[in-house]
Design a protein around this ligand. Structure first.
Ligand code: SF4
Length: 414
């Protein structure tokens, strides 16, 4: 069973998330400039403006799925003509916005003054934000991020930085507010210190038995998405890391009789977190890490944090456009997974072939072959959709997970 609601950090998370959405709606009503952003748009820049709030449709969509209304929102988008094959985050967001925020745990998102997307995770996202651009008549700023096969080239970094300057200018022109560099720098300091604590939290997966489950790390990602650049962000991850450390010291583990240390590849199955973690725990299995959470705060397939050096914020923000998995070529994906698997002492990998997120899933068969041939790690491929429960079968997923545990046993017995 997920530990999230049984811990101080879990309860604190619920409180700050509720406050964040209430504050978003209140400040929007009071006249703040509202920006909707894709997850990797550099949110810290927005704190350089006095009266601006930002919302993250992907995170809002994940919350809808986690609260059990993902399919309800998807169906609304499908009824107005959007294909069931589109990413479920996009369908949830488009369906929810078309229905005035109804059924959303946060009553939807306040209407934006500006949309800011980027194309480094996928091009679908740009098209999705374009739907809002057309339907709401709101400007759409697109950050073009070059695909990532290795360390970022200087010309790519400068190309991204120029777009960040354009973004600041665009907001100044549209909002009538002036940008303050000191405030943006301070926001980046909060983010940097918060990520140090996040990495400290994740490091407890190295312990045997693991001090965490990946399911709790999935839930705890939310502040990274919607409150980077704030003191609350830093304070929350400090609380999470400190509390986890104390629990490990006290011998309090989420799966005390851990016999199988598993690793997850792909976005979290938001509608199955509790069910999947409790069923696995009954078999002595714990998914202790995931590519989805270990990439936060890193760049280009590294396992360790890429820290902010306190100098030019634009250079740091441009480099960290390369943190997620989707923009990485095969070489970087292998590097990232190999480091995680070796560092955490993983026994088996669950590749979640995600019906929604094709860019995450498209390389998984090659990745699975590599992990088997080069590291001898057993793995299975399960079919999921991260936010649309209609595309998930518990029976077939658990048949394969049980097969994975048998493969691990067979390898140990050999
Ligand atoms: S397809 Fe994947 S990367 Fe693109 S918006 Fe959906 S979840 Fe994000």
């Amino acid at each position: 069973m997920s530990e999230a609601n049984k811990t101080d950090a879990g309860r604190h998370l619920s409180k700050i998330m509720q406050n964040a959405y209430m504050d978003l709606h209140t400040r929007a009503k009071e006249g703040a400039f509202v920006v909707w952003i894709a997850i990797n748009v550099p949110a810290e820049l927005f704190y350089g403006f006095e009266n601006l709030v930002y919302a993250v449709p992907e995170s809002h969509a994940a919350m809808n799925a986690g609260k059990g209304v993902g399919a309800v929102q998807c169906e609304k988008a499908e009824r107005i003509g959007y294909s069931m094959d589109l990413c479920s985050y996009a369908r949830i967001d488009i369906g929810c916005a078309a229905d005035g925020g109804r059924d959303s745990p946060s009553f939807g998102l306040p209407k934006p003054n500006l949309l800011v997307s980027n194309n480094n995770n996928c091009s679908l996202l740009v098209k999705w934000f374009d739907v809002h651009h057309r339907e709401m008549g709101v400007p759409h700023f697109i950050i073009d991020v070059p695909f990532c096969y290795g360390p970022q080239k200087e010309k790519d970094r400068n190309y991204i930085i120029r777009q960040f300057y354009d973004l600041i200018q665009t907001i100044e022109d549209l909002s009538g507010q002036r940008f303050d560099w000191d405030k943006a720098r301070q926001a980046l300091d909060y983010t940097n210190r918060g990520i140090v604590h996040w990495k400290r939290f994740l490091s407890h997966a190295r312990h045997r038995p693991s001090g965490i489950t990946a399911f709790d790390s999935f839930v705890q990602m939310a502040p990274f998405l919607i409150m980077r650049g704030t003191p609350e962000f830093e304070a929350h991850y400090k609380l999470l890391a400190d509390e986890t450390e104390q629990r490990v010291k006290a011998g309090d583990f989420p799966v005390p009789d851990e016999r199988y240390r598993l690793f997850w590849d792909n976005i979290a199955p938001w509608h199955q977190l509790r069910d999947m973690s409790s069923n696995l725990a009954d078999s002595g299995a714990n998914i202790i890490g995931a590519t989805y959470t270990s990439c936060i705060g890193t760049v280009e397939g590294s396992f360790d944090m890429y820290p902010y050096d306190g100098r030019d914020p634009m250079r740091y923000l441009a480099r960290t456009q390369n943190c997620y998995i989707c923009p990485h070529g095969m070489g970087l994906r292998r590097r990232a997974m190999r480091q995680a698997v070796e560092t955490l002492g993983i026994d088996g990998i669950v590749f979640a072939s995600n019906r929604s997120c094709k860019p995450y899933s498209v390389t998984q068969m090659d990745q699975q072959k590599f992990m088997s041939e080069h590291l001898g790690i057993p793995s299975v491929m399960v079919d999921v959709d991260h936010a649309d429960v209609r595309k998930y079968s518990k029976e077939s997923t658990f048949t394969r997970l049980e097969a994975l545990l048998e493969m691990i046993d067979a390898k140990r017995a050999a």
